[in-house]
Design a protein around this ligand. Structure first.
Ligand code: HAM
Length: 402
């Protein structure tokens, strides 16, 4: 027997209904906020992710589904959605055209991680990206949009925010941090490596000993330039104004290298260790890193599988018809009726004649509102037998009136 690969899952009804409900809810809200749908390829050149997500990140360093294709191209399955959207944005010359553009997307992402609860190798994201808008109000808007999505899905969360500074303040802070790291003895192997490649990643190391060593580390929020400081204050005041509860986590650095200024994560305490349900931030240099004209960027992505654990589905209402034949002679009448009725309603059927009991049980299992049956008696009188499965009322209706 061949099973799905480790860390990859089939999504089948009723779970698939939760998936569809999440996508539908997010799509509607994203459209209200002015975002339009974008679909980019799942397979991209490996260089795209090396130059955006960053060679020092775990995603690029350890987790890519990377291979050489039959044309000798170095390609990989996308580990996240932002890089592909930025590539498309530049390829369409939207950077040169200028103006503000907003996109949303959803689909599978691939990371060769150690699978565990809430951590898959193929998982799905819903994400959104805004280009060309430098105002911190857009960062706030994106957080408000996520708040609206979570409220609509009935999901509770904690929001953590931080500012990662800009080219004016981050390099100076990094120097100070590295000087501090040099004084420490006993950092874990990952941190020793990160100290050289991307020192700020040391700040969110999960190793208990490192956490103790880093308790007095200098923090970026205390080293922001005046512009970043002001923007971070504006962000916080907008969140206060709209009653969005948040905590400033000065050690929140995100696992992807492209961020500057705002960084945020939505966390749930109901789904175990893999608690991040959405993450994002500003990436004002990314378009430039990928050879585009410098363009502001800010966005987020949510992990749909993690949301699926939390979503409270709206109550399902009985809907549509189940139509079945009680005898051989009624088969074609039933078939014609099914095809006709599907022009306006959801209709389920079984092609072979069955007993009334069996049809009623199928109708019930499929959660339709009406069970309709046709047998010899109904055929001779030109009627159909209908049962309303909610009110339990039964009646005969003339075929032409049905
Ligand atoms: P990320 O934080 O790497 O950000 O991923 C976003 C979300 O995807 C996470 O918060 C989590 O819910 C989900 N996720 C990540 N890895 C897994 C996994 N192995 N299994 C299940 N769910 C997972 C990004 O991907 C950025 N592109 C977000 C962004 C968009 N920043 C700006 N624009």
């Amino acid at each position: 027997m061949i099973n799905a690969l480790r860390g990859m899952k089939d999504t089948i009804s009723p779970t698939s209904e939760i998936y569809a409900h999440i996508i539908e809810t997010c799509t509607k809200i994203a459209q209200n906020y002015g975002f339009s749908f974008i679909e980019t390829p799942i397979l991209e050149e490996t260089a795209l992710f090396k130059r955006s997500v960053g060679e020092s990140s775990d995603i690029v360093g350890k987790e890519m589904y990377q291979f050489i294709d039959k044309g000798e191209n170095d390609v990989c399955l996308r580990p996240e959605g932002t890089a592909g959207v930025v590539r498309a944005f530049i390829q369409q010359k939207f950077d040169k055209a200028g103006g503000v553009r907003r996109f949303f997307y959803h689909g599978p992402m691939f990371r060769y991680e150690r699978p565990q609860k809430g951590r898959l190798r193929q998982f799905h994201q819903f994400g959104a990206e805004t280009f060309g808008e430098g105002s911190v109000r857009e960062d706030a808007t994106i957080i408000l949009m996520l708040k609206a999505i979570f409220e609509s899905l009935g999901i509770g969360y904690t929001l953590e925010i931080n500012s990662l500074g800009c080219p004016a303040c981050m390099p100076l802070y990094k120097l100070k941090l590295v000087q501090f790291l040099e004084t420490l003895d006993g950092l874990c192997e990952d941190c020793q490596r990160r100290k050289l490649t991307n020192p700020i990643r040391v700040l969110d190391c999960k190793n208990e000993h490192c956490k103790i060593l880093l308790a007095d580390a200098p923090l970026i929020v205390e080293h922001l330039c005046s512009t970043c400081k002001e923007d971070f204050a504006t962000l916080r005041s907008i969140l206060d104004q709209f009653n969005v509860a948040y905590v400033v986590n000065p050690k929140l650095v995100r696992g992807l290298d492209y961020y500057s200024k705002t960084a945020f994560e939505f966390v749930s305490n109901e789904i175990g260790a893999q608690s991040a349900i959405a993450g994002g931030g500003r990436y004002d240099r990314l378009v430039e890193f990928l050879d585009g004209k410098p363009t502001f960027g800010v966005g987020f992505a949510m992990g749909i599988e993690r949301l699926m654990e939390l979503v409270k589905m709206p109550e399902v209402k009985r809907e549509g018809y189940y139509i079945g034949a009680l005898c051989e002679e009624a088969k074609s009448v039933v078939y014609n009726l099914v095809i006709q009725k599907r022009e306006t309603s959801k209709v389920l059927t079984q092609y072979e004649p069955k007993s009334l009991k069996s049809h009623l049980s199928n109708a019930d299992k499929n959660y339709v509102k009406f069970c309709v049956c046709i047998g010899e008696d109904e055929l001779s009188k030109g009627v159909v037998w209908v049962k309303d499965l909610e009110s339990k009322e039964e009646k005969m209706i003339k075929l032409e009136n049905f």
